[in-house]
Design a protein around this ligand. Structure first.
Ligand code: ATR
Length: 282
């Protein structure tokens, strides 16, 4: 469920798994306007659906509604959004958020030697995607998160929200500091829309990586269109772990598929190709 939803890659992703595992099921895009969202989600069990993904602009509304008429897990509460809904045998709806899981599984998959606990991580952005990334990094044991956003007040707000439960590990700095803060860090995550097709590029000086950064330094762009952003292309020249954002999309889909269709799905090159082909990127 989203609005609009035609751009979503999830039908191709889940459709690929349904075919691979020969499951007689369907995953369909449902365009639901904000005015109709509460009624549409409430009707889901009545229509016989096993569940749904929820995307923009409904993720917060889903959290609010399911807090009243269903259940919401702790991770979704911390992120402040629900992206996956599972209908149980009694018709009760359970909301979760699999973005933090997807983010970390992508890194485990593509940069398996990266140690979250080895040093500070610079996080750019303070929107919805940043919330999931912060939860994932805090839970993975990152000792210090250097959070920067063009509008500093949003970053300050996130730090004020997360710091009390996480040992004050988030330190906010001004956006202009983004290149300087890379020295002595262990990772850089871009959660902004900069570098995405049709958006301005991310202007970042990576020279600190070659000089000071730890050998296993991680650069992850959660943007996946284009797959190789300027940030990743430049990072690859610095001999660091450069991880693109497509895997986050693929891995975040696993828990929903497993719950709805009773099969743990695997993320592999065939799946990547199917989704990339759909994106028109290769
Ligand atoms: P999402 O849910 O995908 O994170 P969002 O909540 O709209 O989307 O957040 C977009 C992020 O990209 C924000 O951190 C935004 O910065 P602001 O909070 O200052 O708006 C960032 N962003 C978007 N365009 C930007 C630009 N031109 N320069 C710097 N940051 C930008």
């Amino acid at each position: 469920m989203g609005y609009p939803v035609a751009h979503s890659r999830s039908p191709v992703l889940h459709g690929h798994w349904l075919k691979r595992y020969q499951i007689d099921g369907a995953y369909v895009p449902l365009p639901v306007s904000p005015d109709n969202f509460v009624r549409a989600l409430t009707a889901l069990p009545l229509l016989g659906f096993a569940g749904t993904n929820v995307t923009v602009p409904h993720k917060q509304a889903a959290l609010e509604l399911l807090s009243e008429i269903g259940e919401v897990d702790k991770t979704a509460r911390r992120i402040g959004a629900v992206n996956t809904v599972v209908v149980d045998d009694d018709g009760r709806m359970h909301g979760s958020n699999t973005d933090a899981f997807g983010f970390m599984e992508n890194i485990r998959d593509k940069a398996p030697d990266w140690q979250a606990s080895a040093g500070p991580v610079v996080v750019l952005g303070a929107g919805g995607a940043a919330r999931a990334v912060l939860v994932a990094l805090l839970d993975a044991g990152v000792p210090e998160i250097r959070l920067l956003n063009r509008s500093r007040d949003r970053a300050d707000g996130l730090a004020a929200e997360f710091n009390p439960q996480s040992g004050d590990r988030i330190a906010v700095s001004d956006w202009a500091q983004k290149s300087a803060l890379l020295a002595d860090a262990n990772g850089l995550i871009n959660t902004t829309s900069l570098g995405m097709e049709g958006q301005p590029r991310l202007d970042l000086d990576l020279s600190a990586l070659g000089q000071y950064a730890s050998p296993g330094f991680l650069v992850n762009d959660i943007v996946y269109a284009p797959l190789e952003t300027d940030l990743l292309r430049n990072a690859k020249k610095c001999d660091v772990n450069a991880v693109d954002g497509l895997g986050m999309l693929l891995h975040q889909a696993r828990p929903g598929f497993a719950a709805w269709f009773g099969q743990e799905p695997v993320v592999d090159d065939d799946l990547r190709k199917a989704v990339l082909c759909d994106l028109g990127a290769g």
